[in-house]
Ligand binder design. Structure first.
Ligand code: FHN
Length: 597
């Protein structure tokens, strides 16, 4: 009986938190901040991806891994410090760059995997205090600069890996394992006391950013050690955040503050628990002289917006050089983001995901914010429509006012709103570089109509297996293959129905096209479309083969769009479009998508 009540209680908790903001008090500032700076800087910065003329030994060219990858001796590695120009190095410049870029926090590699501390650590000889004269303490300098400029300070601390300590973990120990007891010596004599130093001597620490990407059950570090570390943080700085790469699962310990996605992994679903993507501007985290994979400002800005539109944060990395300089390519992009945020920051800081499906609109992403007078939606227009008309689908309320966020006067944009459909008239020139933001104000939080297919920029409806009205999760969608030359599709071997819900704002005739691949020559397979009280029947035809890639014997099934005819939508309103794919016995139709316009 007791067990049963516990089960009900946990189910109740589960359902009652579902869909609700699960940000704890500590993490509120973080969820509001949305955008932060990551700094990978250490001895490796002066190697610039090369050791004695040899490039880093791994195609995953992370410059900060050179110690391990190129099998460098611990003492010889320190000779890299000879290239540091201490007169030039000024962490305040990084903080100023963060501030100008619109970032609200800075997280630096206090100790990366090489085990070298960027402060004067009393419990290790492998840190800046021992190798600079006069002594430098980068953590202190950065902490002071953050305080001065009003940014939060985060410290990256490599807890699991430490390549310098005899009992720290490096992957060669997979060949010559060390005992749990020896590993615990490293933990008790380096990790715990260093963490104590960092949490005691530098004022308020906003977050400790751990880095461990496998479960502790497959690693040398134990759950008890991880708990000890987390408890120490809670004891010394109760407001300090801890990320999920500490290595405990949320089931084991729900008391972590935010999830960390994979490196450069952007969000793809709305989450109610705070989360963050760590990202690089090129590929490497530490400075690498031959890394040229610079992402554009547009890509980086859209990554930030994407994450905020799903309740996530974006922490973008700089890898300064050994003289403290931040590569021009990084500065340029970050400053451009800062300029954009200067105008449009209201749609990012303190903004949240809106309830509509993340891919509903083809023009961009939506964030929202509660205000004193109601609710604002921020429509981030990635692609300014040629028609100068912006279609917002799925919101069941009449806006109070619509304007461009870049327009200080808030001059109203003309709009027309019917039921769940709002058509906004845009000026012919988009006001901002990269992305412009249209603000839609409502009196209260508007209701939404879920499951709709939005009218796209061309004025049609793209009906795909992904945006069906019902049983979306049950849909067996074959992923695209062969470099995308074979598109996403559903293999239909027995009669199958698909349905979509649309809102028609412009009554009249609309034509329907269906795209599929069919390789049999036998007749009698059909596709039927039912809408607006009418139906169209199409005899499925062989679509033949095509060449996917030139000169490489790349022959693939052809997917072809077929015109089926027209429906007459007599009135404005909601309609269900139903498609029935009916293959003849023993045949398969590969259904791709439908188009209604
Ligand atoms: O191995 C590290 C890497 O050097 C870098 O610090 C990144 C940042 O997220 N974390 C690890 C790999 O995931």
């Amino acid at each position: 009986m007791k067990q049963l009540s516990l089960l009900f209680l946990s189910l109740f908790i589960c359902f009652s938190v579902f869909g609700q903001n699960q940000t704890n008090e500590r993490a509120k500032w973080f969820a509001d901040a949305r955008f932060g700076m990551f700094i990978h800087w250490g001895i490796y910065s002066s190697a610039e991806g090369y050791w004695k003329g040899e490039k880093l030994r791994n195609d995953n060219d992370y410059a900060e891994w050179i110690f391990y990858r190129n099998r460098i001796e611990k003492e010889e590695y320190l000779t890299l410090l000879d290239n540091f120009d201490w007169d030039e190095i000024d962490p305040e410049e990084w903080v100023i760059l963060a501030k100008k870029s619109g970032m609200k926090y800075v997280t630096i590699t206090a100790k990366h995997h090489d085990g070298f501390g960027l402060w004067d650590s009393k419990v290790s000889n492998y840190d800046l205090g021992n190798y600079t004269n006069p002594k430098r303490d980068i953590i202190k300098e950065l902490a002071d600069a953050c305080k001065k400029h009003g940014l939060k300070l985060g410290l990256y601390y490599s807890h699991w890996l430490d390549w310098e300590h005899p009992f720290g973990w490096d992957h060669t120990k997979e060949l010559n394992p060390i005992s749990q007891e020896d590993y615990d010596k490293y933990w008790q004599e380096k990790v715990i006391p260093q963490m104590r130093e960092l949490l005691t001597n530098y004022g308020e620490i906003g977050m400790i950013w751990f880095d461990m990407w496998i479960d502790h059950s497959q690693a040398i570090v134990s759950k008890e050690e991880l708990m000890q570390l987390k408890n120490l943080i809670r004891e010394l700085q109760p407001n300090c955040l801890v990320n999920s790469r500490l290595g405990l699962t949320i089931e084991e310990d729900p008391d972590i503050d935010f999830k960390t996605l994979g490196d450069n992994q952007l969000g793809d679903k709305k989450e109610d628990f705070p989360w963050q993507s760590p990202a690089t501007v090129a590929h490497s985290w530490g400075f690498h002289s031959s890394d040229t994979q610079w992402k554009s400002t547009s890509t980086l800005l859209k990554s930030l917006i994407n994450n905020v539109s799903l309740n996530g944060n974006f922490m973008l990395n700089i890898g300064p050089r050994a003289n403290g300089d931040v590569p021009f390519e990084i500065q340029q992009r970050m400053l451009e983001m800062g300029e954009w945020l200067n105008v449009n920051g209201e749609s990012i800081y303190g903004a949240e995901a809106f309830d509509l499906d993340k891919d509903l609109h083809d023009w961009g992403k939506i964030t929202c914010k509660k205000t004193e007078n109601g609710e604002k939606l921020f429509l981030h227009v990635f692609n300014w429509p040629l028609s100068k008309k912006l279609y917002l689908t799925g919101v069941e309320a009449k806006p109070e006012k619509i304007y461009l966020l870049a327009d200080k006067q808030k001059s109203p944009l003309h709009f027309n709103c019917e039921n769940v459909f709002t058509e906004i008239e845009l000026p012919s020139l988009q006001p901002d570089p990269y992305v412009s933001v249209v603000v839609v104000e409502y009196k209260t939080k508007p209701e939404i109509e879920d499951g709709l297919v939005a009218k796209n920029q061309e004025g049609g409806f793209s009906l795909t297996p992904l945006n069906v009205f019902e049983k979306r999760d049950e849909m067996q969608i074959e992923k695209k293959e062969r470099g995308g030359t074979i598109p996403e599709h559903v293999v239909v071997s027995e009669s199958q129905k698909f349905s979509w819900k649309i809102y028609v704002d412009e009554p009249g005739k609309k034509s329907v096209d269906i795209s599929y691949s069919f390789q049999s020559k036998k007749g009698s397979s059909i596709i039927k479309v039912i809408a607006a009280g009418d139906n169209l029947v199409h005899e499925v035809k062989n679509t033949g083969k095509t060449v996917g890639e030139a000169n490489s014997r790349w022959v693939i099934d052809n997917y072809k769009s077929n015109s089926l005819g027209e429906f007459s939508f007599a009135e404005k309103g909601f309609y269900i479009v139903e498609l029935e794919v009916i293959p003849a016995e023993g045949e398969s139709i590969l259904f791709q998508w439908g188009w209604l316009k």
